[in-house]
Design a protein around this ligand. Structure first.
Ligand code: NDP
Ligand code: 2IT
Length: 445
């Protein structure tokens, strides 16, 4: 593999798509060795075929606000790869959404979904719509307009979208309602549905729970547990909420959350009613964490800073891509942090990842750590197909098992000669091999 030539060609074809190019480079660097050791990959030109999406749908989404004003947003669905199952991946509604961000997420999703052991291909979609400050009716009208374009290319055996940043149970409900209206069907075409109309129990918690289950396995390789550990979390959304809930159940003290306005430091630990308050904060649609400090005495709000300056044993970034840079990594390392488990997708910059690996710190990438979300989406698809509902206990047990298996795949493919587990390599190699062999079996298509 001539990595630099591949990257130069891609940069020429897709100028300025920095997040996408960053994600591709990371995967190619990890798999270079196994790729070169299997000449049939190069003969079938797997690299050039896997880095380009199968297809991209872009469309406009016109909608009317509560004052009668007409707005137009951009909508996207990127169907990246369906070698091992129907296209599968979330929808992100955030003003920062663009093609590069969705291509990076779709590309990562291919390998993440392969790691889950379930039959799901990779996809991603979304819009630059900003849910901040919008009324319920405005969100509904937007979702309905979005689905008027999307419905034609998705289906329970074709492409199954779900949530991501800015898309939770409410949005999935509005999207599903319109799909149902257009097709006269009630099928498992979206995941993250309401529990009484086809949604799986534990799906809301799954990404955060799964991240903590994965981190438990990482700690266990050093004979450690969450009990008594101090944990720093970023974000205050769906993933952060699940991770904080599970980490505190396991006896850890979670001391931070963050939002675009800054971070909260709560030395007493975020648990019980404080976790419930996170849901209130999100529901307020204001995108700020500052009110937490007004509500809970002893905590403080630090404006405009990131949580990584706080001393912690374990860091779980759960907000967004590239939210943890080189300086943040230095803070964490200097403060004696033992483990970093990425709840978000690609939250650490390449420079930060390099530092963690150089210092032989337990570090695992989002595509392994946060795979519990999409894995539980896969479990929701299974339940929909069987027309059955599993109990919370059953789903949680399966989720836990899947996270252990993913950890195991990382250990098998990422353990270095000196015993250090390179989870980035392990996850990328395990995910890539599964998809690449499927592509070989299916011929050039
Ligand atoms: P939510 O919308 O529930 O929360 C996202 C959090 O990240 C919010 O605190 C949000 O604040 C913050 N955030 C989003 N974009 C930015 C930005 N550009 N700059 C700074 N902060 C930002 O989303 P989720 O919890 O679902 O998603 C969090 C991360 O986890 C994402 O990386 C997502 O891709 C990933 N993920 C989610 C899964 C899921 O099942 N939901 C599954 C696997 C991964 P604000 O909105 O105010 O900007
Ligand atoms: O990034 C992700 O894995 C998700 N947002 C979840 C996707 C899904 O289909 O459940």
């Amino acid at each position: 593999m001539n990595l630099e030539k591949i990257m130069t060609d891609l940069e020429r074809k897709h100028p300025g798509e920095v997040e996408y190019l960053q994600a591709v480079r990371e995967v190619l660097e990890s798999i270079e060795e196994v790729y070169n050791a299997n000449p049939q990959f190069a003969s079938a030109n797997i690299i050039e075929r896997i880095v380009e999406p199968d297809r991209i749908l872009t469309f406009k989404v016109p909608w009317v606000d509560d004052n009668g004003k007409v707005h137009v947003n951009l909508g996207y669905r990127i169907q990246f790869n369906n070698a091992i199952g129907p296209y599968k991946g979330g929808l992100r509604f955030h003003p920062s959404v663009n093609l590069s961000i969705l291509k990076f997420l779709g590309f990562e999703q291919i390998f993440k979904n392969a790691l889950t052991t379930l039959p799901m291909g990779g996809a991603k979609g979304g819009s630059d719509f900003d849910p901040k400050g919008k009324s319920n009716d405005e969100v509904m009208r937007f979702c309905q307009s979005f689905m008027l374009e999307l419905w034609n290319i998705i289906g329970p055996e074709t492409d199954v979208p779900a949530g991501d940043i800015g898309v939770g149970g409410r949005e999935i409900g509005f999207l599903y309602g319109m799909y149902k209206k257009l097709t006269h069907t009630h099928v498992g075409v979206l995941t993250g549905k309401g529990a009484n109309w086809g949604g799986s129990l534990i799906r809301p918690e799954a990404t955060g729970f799964g991240a903590v289950y994965f981190a438990q396995e990482m700690l266990a390789t050093k004979g450690l547990t969450f009990e008594g550990k101090t944990v720093a979390v970023s974000g205050f959304g769906n993933v952060a909420w699940g991770a904080i809930t599970k980490a505190s159940q396991l006896g850890a003290k979670v001391v931070t959350i963050s939002g675009p306005d800054g971070y909260i430091y709560d030395p007493a630990g975020i648990s019980g009613e404080k976790i419930e308050f996170l849901l209130e904060l999100r529901a307020s649609n204001q995108d700020v964490v500052a009110p937490y400090a007004e509500r809970f005495a002893g905590s403080k709000f630090v404006a405009g800073k990131r949580a990584w300056e706080v001393k912690c044993d374990i860091a779980i970034p759960c907000a967004t891509q590239n939210e943890l840079g080189k300086e943040d990594a230095e803070h964490l390392i200097n403060n004696g942090c033992i483990a970093i488990a990425e709840g978000a997708n690609m939250p650490s910059t390449p420079e930060a990842v390099e530092l963690f690996i150089e210092h032989k710190i337990l570090f695992a990438p989002g595509k392994a750590v946060n795979a519990g979300g999409v894995a539980t989406s896969g479990l929701e698809m299974s339940q929909n197909s069987m027309k059955l509902n599993w109990s919370s206990k059953e789903v949680d047990m399966r989720l836990h098992e899947i996270m252990k298996n993913i950890h195991n795949a990382c250990v098998i493919n990422g353990t270095q000669a000196d015993g250090y587990i390179n989870y980035v390599k392990g996850a990328n190699i395990a995910g890539f091999l599964k998809v690449a062999y499927a592509m070989l079996d299916q011929g050039v298509i």
